[in-house]
Design a binder for this molecule. Structure first.
Ligand code: NDP
Length: 330
């Protein structure tokens, strides 16, 4: 069994020396546990936070131990009631080839209903993040003009499409390459999109949304957040989902300089965590599942193969190598 350990806490951008792929003996499952052969691992931006020592909403990864993360795998030994050999489960012990998982942490998933990797993305955690953040935190309503950053990523691409499917007046996305921008407009049905690397975000946003925006779904922070506040209409709502532009900073990033616009616009900014919205899971699956199955909601995955390439997949995610959910296939 090979598993990825964190050796030292990265300062700034994580370096390969901060990690090691380690061979470890395969543990036997005890009563109430199952042994899973992982087939798909998730790498996600929040993992950068867990590599630091600061306590956050999830505990830091422990040095010298296997890191964790979402994974899907096949049960190859079971000592748990209700889970059989051959079942596929979603569980939190990724970054390794095999995992011994307590039944209470394993959720059975149906490979016949949807591709297994989709339980990590479009029908999984990132999908629910998009759904909950847009509909609940940003209180999206029909007729809204919506701006989403990180729009070609797992969460962002779903935010924009859900907004369109639910009657947004206009959806604008930003992403870091011309190919991604093209994908947003030509395949995902965004009304406009721009490459944030090609010019000031505030200017490009004003051009794409000359009448302003009602909702900003923030995956990025920094200039993007300031630009969104600058374009906010009266009663506008900003959902803070993530701020990937600052995750590798060694100093606190400056805040938006135009916060006072929230007064005249009666605007609202609110952060959220997907874990607080688990109650929406059934509604999310009922509504989004059929859109995915019918192809009305499109998604991409960037699939990297091999346990030995898991770290590269994670680092690539931070650089923007992915389009849609970044997945590791074992
Ligand atoms: P993505 O699939 O969006 O991948 C990350 C993307 O971020 C990259 O592809 C890259 O795309 C973009 N990026 C990287 N650096 C920058 C930068 N400096 N400025 C702008 N964009 C950048 O990841 P997810 O969909 O999984 O996550 C999106 C966001 O949602 C993250 O901020 C994450 O932390 C957050 N999140 C929050 C949750 C919550 O509960 N609040 C739950 C899940 C995710 P590009 O080529 O466009 O630069």
């Amino acid at each position: 069994n090979r598993e990825w350990h964190l050796l030292s806490r990265p300062v700034g951008w994580p370096k390969p020396e901060d990690f090691a792929l380690v061979e470890s003996p395969l543990p036997a499952p005890r009563e109430g546990q199952v042994l899973v052969r992982n087939t798909y691992l998730s790498v996600d931006p929040y993992m950068r936070g867990r590599m630091s020592a600061q306590k956050s909403y999830v505990a830091p990864f422990e040095l010298g131990k296997a890191m964790q993360g979402g994974a899907v795998g096949e049960v190859i030994e079971s000592r748990a009631e209700g889970i059989s050999v051959g079942d596929h489960v979603l569980h939190p012990l990724g970054w390794r080839e095999y995992a011994v998982v307590g039944a209470e942490h394993a959720v059975k998933v149906d490979p016949g209903a949807a591709p297994l990797s989709s339980y990590l993305g479009v029908l999984g955690m990132t999908g629910l993040t998009a759904y909950a953040g847009l509909l609940r935190t940003a209180a999206f309503k029909e007729g809204d003009t919506v701006f989403v950053s990180g729009a070609a990523g797992a969460v962002g691409s779903q935010v924009g499409q859900i907004a369109k499917l639910k009657g947004a007046a206009r959806v604008i996305g930003s992403a870091g390459s011309d190919d991604k921008v093209r994908l947003l407009v030509e395949e995902y049905g965004f009304d406009a999109a721009f490459n944030y690397k090609k010019g000031p975000v505030a200017e490009q946003l004003r051009e794409a949304a000359p009448d302003g925006i009602d909702v900003y779904f923030d995956n990025v922070g920094g200039d993007h957040l300031e630009a969104a506040i600058g374009s906010l209409r009266e009663g506008g709502r900003i959902a803070i989902c993530g701020m990937i532009s600052v995750y590798n900073n060694t100093e606190p990033a400056p805040g938006p300089r135009n916060l006072a616009r929230l007064i005249q616009t009666r605007g609202r900014i609110e952060g959220f965590l997907v874990n607080d919205h688990r109650d929406l899971q059934p509604q999310f699956v009922d509504e989004v599942g059929p859109w995915v199955a019918s192809g009305r909601l499109k998604y991409r995955e960037t699939v990297v193969e091999g346990i030995e390439n898991t770290l590269d997949a994670f680092l690539g995610l931070l650089r923007g190598d992915n389009t849609g959910k970044m997945i590791v296939k074992l």
